[in-house]
Design a protein around this ligand. Sequence first.
Ligand SMILES: C[S@@+](CC[C@H](N)C(=O)[O-])C[C@H]1O[C@@H](n2cnc3c(N)ncnc32)[C@H](O)[C@@H]1O
Length: 190
Amino acid sequence: MENQKENSQHQFSSREKIPNAAFRVMTGVMGLFDLFGNHSNNKFKTLGLKPDQTVIDYGCGPARYIKNASLAVGESGRVIAVDIHPKAIDAVNSKITKYSLKNVEPVLANGYSTDVPNQTADVVYALDMFHMVQEPTFLLKELHRMLKPDGTLILEDGHQARSKTLQKINDSKIFDIAEENKLHVKCKPA
Ligand SMILES: C[S@@+](CC[C@H](N)C(=O)[O-])C[C@H]1O[C@@H](n2cnc3c(N)ncnc32)[C@H](O)[C@@H]1O
């Protein structure tokens, strides 16, 4: 609880919570990548989500992965889609309605804090967002809190070098690096 309170009190920089117009532009650009490059479908396959899992899409943005995640975990799995931006929550709700997704729950983050209970998730994936985070240790603490003890955190570098990603993870002292590939760093709670 103390961790949650401390995390929620932290203020975002504008780099993290982007203006609505920028969110719309980002949504459009990502839509083009998906239309012409099948970008999110291809990237989704590398996450390795399994039936029955509870997964958290942290920093879900325009909700590009939500339908695939929902289908991958199936009826007895859950997808929790978290973002600090209300427009992202709108996007998740649109996908829920459009595809009748019954296992998806949108969650608006408050600072580096959410109301997701402790040890909820088998997998937390945070794609193309870690580079935006001004206080990575605050964020990693929250992701750690929501993960089951044997859960996996999948972090994408986004627009930063792998060395920076690794340094931020190591500085937090709460995750061990379990595996690296070209796209992700996979971590386990230390
Ligand atoms: C570039 S978008 C990527 C969206 C999605 N993960 C994807 O790959 O399509 C980054 C998203 O992360 C969200 N974000 C940035 N910092 C965040 C934070 N501290 N907590 C939750 N969401 C955050 C932004 O609001 C934005 O929607």
